[in-house]
Design a protein around this ligand. Sequence first.
Ligand SMILES: Cc1ncc(COP(=O)(O)O)c(C=O)c1O
Length: 470
Amino acid sequence: MMPGAGRAVEDLLAEVAQLKEHDLPVRGGQVTAYVYDTGRPEVNDAATRAYLEMLEVNCLDPTAFPSVVMMERQVVGAVADLLGGGHGIFTSGGTESIMLAVKAARDLAGRARPNLVLPVTAHPAFHKAAHYLGVEVVAVPVDLETYEVRARDVERAMDEDTILVVASAPSYPQGVIDPIEEIGAVVAGVPFHVDACVGGWLLPWLREAGAAIPPFDLSVPGVTSISCDLHKFGYAPKGASVVLFADPAMRRKAYFASAAWPGYTVINATVQSSRSAGPLGGAWATLQALGREGYLELGRATLAATALLREGIAAIPGLRVLGEPAASLVAFAGDGIDVFVLADEARARGWFLQPQLSYAGIPANLHITVTGVTLSGVEAMLKVIAESARAARERGPAVLPGGLVELVAGLDLEALDDATFADLAASVGVDLRPGSGQPEMAVVNAVLDALPVAVREAVLVRFLSVIYGT
Ligand SMILES: Cc1ncc(COP(=O)(O)O)c(C=O)c1O
């Protein structure tokens, strides 16, 4: 792997381009998840240049690099101004913001057997935080018409060991906003985190553009913390999120200090210790390059595209939008159409629609995150969805090899070696060797969909270990 002699930069960049050959495109709006595109190259340019300018600055020691403190105060301040005040931390993403919110709540409560109460639609980052931090998860079902959690169900699920209640604004899967004010009214002093990783830097602009957005931020009584990802609808390069705490004492519980060794003193606001200031520079520059007017315009475009998309999908025979998406995340299920087959058909036409497995009474569906760039291509997107729906209806549902699901469900995945797992994947047409290209995912998704959640997770872990190899 390592060359004997160092290589020239052009040579390296050519190889990078080659390695990226099979990646989904990050711009242009044909990938409806993972990436957020303003459609404005000058904004990307500003972000990239500021990112590179800050790349080698280390956030580890703010006394050595005061630019970090000044930039972070500005970025966090902008988020606080938009979301009802509070005291914040710039983090690497939604997961880290959530990790810190759960840590702060756990350390504040000091319970022996802490639990956190969340809707089944909450992002897995909470399960991850709970897993890492030794907190139990109490999951509350959502209303299967609206996909929102009910405040009374949340209240019922809480007990004296509940250290945190969670709700989403909006939830990722169906893009609906949980009833934040109603939940705030029942938490009775227990910390309440609003996951606005998606909506924090989106809902205020949609509201200003005319959408009916209920109060959801730190100004709502009962809400004690909120997360807002700038690398989503802030359109900043990846590695940018903010968590805000209403009470500075709670923010201090998110911090970590250690003087218990003979080296430099450690004081971290985040999970990471040494950390590039590149993402902070990128986020700062993106906010500055777009300004309020830029975000408002993007909000208007996003709203218009979402309305067209919702109407368009509802008009396609066999498809239905799930719930009443409040923001710009739209999920649709199929009646008589296998949506996983539809996704493969769309992929073959150059569009990525994100499959979501059935869970907790919610049917399998496809997810689309509408961003600033979507409006210019929404008619093309609808045409592809309609064509793909027709093709999927004609093809019929994915056919699984007989007995496969039972076989996988009965496997001891811990005992299986990687080669046997790779053979098993090959039997459903999935070649896990590097560079082998894109398999038909409908069968894979159908298998996963038919498995119990714990087996799905075990299969996914094994998949990762096989693709990364040694
Ligand atoms: C609602 C919500 N919360 C949290 C996250 C986690 O964010 P990240 O991937 O930045 O860690 C996501 C990601 O999609 C999300 O949609």
